[in-house]
Design a protein around this ligand. Sequence first.
Ligand code: ADP
Ligand code: ASP
Ligand code: MG
Length: 417
Amino acid sequence: MARIVMKFGGTSVADLDRIRNVARHVKREVDAGHEVAVVVSAMSGKTNELVGWTRDASPMHDAREYDAVVASGEQVTSGLLAIALQHLGINARSWQGWQIPIKTDNAHGAARIMEINGDEIIRRMGEGQVAVVAGFQGLGPDNRIATLGRGGSDTSAVAIAAAVKADRCDIYTDVDGVYTTDPRIEPKARRLKKIAFEEMLEMASLGAKVLQVRSVELAMVFKVRTFVRSSFEDPDAPGMGDLLNPPGTLICDEEEIVEQEVVTGIAYAKDEAQISLRRLADRPGVSAAIFGPLAESHINVDMIVQNISEDGSKTDMTFTVPSGDVDKAMRVLSEHKEKIGYDVIQNESGLVKVSVIGIGMRSHAGVAATAFRALAEKGINIKAITTSEIKISILIDGPYAELAVRTLHSCYGLDKS
Ligand code: ADP
Ligand code: ASP
Ligand code: MG
């Protein structure tokens, strides 16, 4: 007997037929004698629709009311799945975040889970009841519904798995695992049998939205055995109920990975914008004068490049922000023009960041040079570069995104099976 948390994303619960199919996946695990808690997303497209309604109602809406609206999608699917399970003769009930409760901080719209009391769910699982939990939502310190940011049901699932000390957390989605890159962009992408927590964290942070970043952080900290797998396979196909090795990708400690490649995957993030400040005085405090006010305005700055003039007196500073924040950033910087002391400010939107990720890079030289050569051969111009121990990120023009992803994917041999 094991204790399993099963999470189903939006496409997996997109309509009643799919919800019935999900119920069959759950039944398989219940019939095998396991204790099961389920976490569901809203039907695909629903959250976007709800977000759109709050914007249409007022662009400057109250974040607490935004949460009251957008959390409703998961309320519907949790109830419907509980009904579908009961219809199959399974003892099940739905739980909203506030009923457990899943306690969060006060950051409405992007709240973090602070605490989950899993006792009642554990007790009921012991009595054979399946908990069907609405993902993406919790209860803030103000006693109001708080949502966890887009894609947050992954985080709900991993957090609940940690709280109930589950043996496994299965993230069911519309792909059958984590691939070397987004299979929608590169059909030659290969499914990974395992990926290290650190690599998955980079992949997710750098744009692979198969898991929410925070869910990977929690899985890493609480050592939750997390599998990414498909809900579209026949729930009763051979091997689907395998306890130790279910089909899919395991996110795990790097020690568990025997054959570590130098590069594990390629990720990309669209909608990046670049801002350049020209002819700044090259003196101590200039970076603080630029990035301090941006941070105070909650603008997330990513890649930063600084050039110094030949005589060392002037400098150019170029950095990226999400496209959605570029107007705000330009406003903040022009308000602080005098203090910063730049001559000209320029911006460009519609850029893409492609990233090469792999913990094998720590011990291999030449990984970056391979990427630069491959992109040059395709005539793709590089606008900025950042690196860390296990990743290289390259900023390019938007129209080259797919070509760049495919080029990098093949230059490291990731196409080969
Ligand atoms: P869900 O609704 O189940 O949460 P998401 O749409 O959030 O599903 O995440 C699954 C999608 O993530 C896939 O359909 C795929 O296009 C995308 N994706 C991006 N990068 C990867 C990757 N490296 N491996 C697998 N899927 C990826
Ligand atoms: N329904 C939410 C969203 O679309 C949460 C999730 O699906 O994980 O962002
Ligand atoms: Mg998702």
